[in-house]
Design a protein around this ligand. Structure first.
Ligand code: URA
Length: 197
């Protein structure tokens, strides 16, 4: 099956994911699930938390205010958005942008796992503490987990079936909406991605 078809299968499965506690909220509001966007052959994969309202209305990841910051960060390292793959841990919008519940992460993360297998990135940059915790635990880095304020911008290495992969925990771009110094920190941390592109 082609990478495109594998991604399409993921989308089709999520569209009918009635067991998700977010399914009714999505359909009642005529929202879309947000599967992911970008190059299926990218060396760099970004994993955010969950869609916000703009994303659920359009089906596209990071297309609201946090997305503008992400665009600025990508531009700061000369990396076109079309050349990376961007997705989230949870594929449907939690009501009122609340934090994802553990059960939601459990239900949606197998789809993220499959997306990682399809893309086979050299580096996964996690955006925010939920994707950091999920991705680091999945790749046997649980013992290195610390609060994001301690380990943001550090590269962690893991072995995968396609060789070596790095994990780079980053703050969520939304933190920079009201805080210019967080934007500087994010820009600095983004520099670390350059060597993998
Ligand atoms: N925040 C996220 O974590 N993901 C999005 O797609 C948008 C905002």
């Amino acid at each position: 099956m082609s990478k495109f078809d594998e991604m399409k299968r993921i989308k089709d499965e999520i569209l009918v994911l009635e067991k998700s506690p977010l399914f009714n909220y999505r359909t009642e509001n005529k929202y879309f699930p947000v599967i992911g966007e970008g190059s299926h052959d990218s060396r760099v994969m970004f994993v955010g938390e969950a869609p916000g309202q703009n994303e659920a209305k359009t089906g596209k990841p990071f297309c609201g205010r946090a997305g503008k910051i992400l665009d600025e960060l990508l531009a700061s390292i000369g990396l076109p958005r079309s050349e990376v793959y961007i997705t989230n841990t949870v594929k449907d919008r939690p009501p009122g942008n609340r934090d994802p519940e553990p059960v939601e992460i459990e239900i949606y993360s197998p789809f993220l796992d499959r997306q990682i297998e399809i893309i086979r990135p050299k580096i996964i940059a996690t955006l925010g503490r939920f994707s950091m915790a999920y991705v680091m635990k999945k790749f046997e880095l649980e013992s290195a987990l610390q609060p994001i304020s301690k380990i943001h911008g550090q590269i962690f290495e893991t072995k995968v079936s396609w060789g070596e992969m790095k994990i780079l925990p980053l703050y969520h771009p939304a933190v920079a909406i009201y805080n210019a110094s967080s934007l500087d920190t994010l820009k600095e941390d983004f520099q670390r991605i350059k060597e993998y592109i």
